[in-house]
Design a binder for this molecule. Structure first.
Ligand code: UDP
Ligand code: GLC
Length: 415
């Protein structure tokens, strides 16, 4: 069994020379979701710019399909309702009921994979269903890990299956952060340098290229209150994203208004209900806006005075943090997981302990009371995003790793 030596490494730019990129391999990308989550947003530019035959195979239908198609990406669908209903934290014996559907999806993915050089698995279910079919398709498997593989996020069975597949079926793993990589190294006991890290990248131009001179007009257009200090929290509504922590902080700051941008993507309706009840109980319902899901993130972010990230569990990466930094707004984020690979406290953002409304309220007050400090953070943040989290850097690293995976050269986990 491989040993656990040092920390997983991020691929440095000198390792990403285009010299290793000869002819791109053809790729079948597989994603379980039709919804627009961070993993799906990270797949979009990769699939849209892939320079060889490729296709995205989705295991559920939804707005993600239309987005891909609008970018000219060929998409196929292999849906099985019984499999879609299995949730990551409740993988228990209910998967037995879904067994016929699972087998159908394994076979369908394998059939499609035969036409490509590489099978790129972008989510947990895609991993399981794509890797189980390896004896049928015999293609190189690359898994882009977007999760911290902890017991807070995943059940015992799911973690066992992942460990087994990583050891015996997956050829290459790429993680979206060192935090995600380390969690897999701990789970599967693979060699740390066998799990390279490719951070997500975002389209900087879409954010910083659109400076807003009249924030009041922007707020009017978006239906947001003018003349108040406005905090924005972006992302799907889910317990571990910690919107309830932001509501608690709101209750401590009578001058503050809060906008929650995003919706429940994966069946968290009970949590949304609980958030509304909590807002009423705390008497803050007049100062919180549940804005729902929106497409124009740059505009929504630029309409804020401060951007919050409140995850109570280690965030695997956190695209919204990088986007907030690119939008030129100070970001306060939960110091855990991949976040600390992005934000350095008091240099390019502000870190607070996860799940601590008092600390969050204090941080908001600090930045509100010190506009010069907030501006200095923003300046550093923009430079950080341009240097380390641009879509160009992300695509370059990902293409290099995929070319190497096709070569058969060593980037993968050792066994
Ligand atoms: N997002 C969006 N509209 C919304 C809320 C979120 O387009 O109303 C996007 C956001 O810009 C980000 C992604 O959804 O790119 C969320 O990704 P992140 O990695 O932050 O979190 P995830 O939901 O994947 O855990
Ligand atoms: C997952 C993670 C998120 C990350 C995204 C893209 O959805 O929850 O933290 O930013 O993938 O890698």
């Amino acid at each position: 069994m491989p040993t656990l030596a040092s920390s997983p490494v991020a691929v440095s730019s000198d390792q990403t020379s285009s010299a290793v990129r000869t002819n791109s391999p053809s790729v079948l990308f597989v994603d379980q979701s039709g919804q627009l989550g961070g993993a799906e947003f990270s797949l979009m530019p990769l699939a849209a710019t892939w320079g060889a035959p490729h296709e995205v195979l989705l295991l559920s239908d939804g707005p993600f399909r239309a987005r891909l198609e609008s970018l000219g990406v060929p998409v196929s669908l292999v849906c099985e309702a019984s499999v879609s209903q299995i949730r990551k934290d409740t993988v228990r014996l209910n998967w037995l009921r879904a067994l016929p559907g699972i087998l159908r999806q394994v076979r369908a993915i394998a059939r499609r994979a035969r036409a490509f050089d590489i099978l790129f698995l972008n989510t947990q279910k895609a991993l399981v269903l794509g890797a189980l079919g390896k004896p049928l398709h015999r293609k190189k498997i690359v898994w882009y890990l977007h999760d911290v593989m902890s017991s807070e996020h995943f059940g015992l069975l799911q973690r066992f299956v992942v460990r087994w597949l990583v050891r015996y079926a997956v050829d290459h793993v790429v993680a979206n952060s060192r935090a995600s990589a380390q969690s897999l190294v701990a789970l599967a006991h693979c060699a740390p340098d066998a799990v390279p890290v490719v951070h997500n990248g975002i389209d900087l131009g879409a954010f910083s290229g659109r400076q807003v001179s009249d924030v009041g007009a922007l707020r009017r257009r978006l239906g947001l209150p003018e003349g108040v200090y406005l905090a924005g929290l972006f992302g799907r509504l889910a317990p571990w994203k910690g919107q309830h922590i932001a509501l608690e902080a709101l209750a401590r700051l009578p001058h503050l208004h809060l906008v929650l941008v995003g919706s429940a993507l994966f069946g968290e309706e009970a949590y949304v209900e609980a958030l509304h009840e909590q807002a009423a109980r705390l008497g803050v319902q007049d100062r919180v806006i549940f804005a729902g899901f929106h497409d124009d993130m740059p505009a929504w972010m630029m309409a804020m005075d401060v951007i919050l990230h409140t995850s109570t569990e280690p965030e695997p990466f956190g695209r919204v943090i990088v986007e907030g930094m690119a939008a030129g707004r100070p970001v306060i984020a939960s110091a855990a997981g991949g976040v600390v690979e992005i934000v350095e406290h008091a240099r390019n953002g502000w870190l607070v302990p996860p799940g601590d409304p008092a600390a969050l309220a204090e941080a908001i007050e600090t930045l509100r009371g010190a506009p010069a400090l907030a501006s200095a953070l923003v300046l550093e943040a923009r430079a950080e995003v341009a240097k380390r989290f641009s879509v160009e850097v992300y695509l370059d690293r990902m293409r290099t790793l995929l070319a190497r995976a096709d070569d058969g050269s060593q980037t993968a986990k050792s066994r």
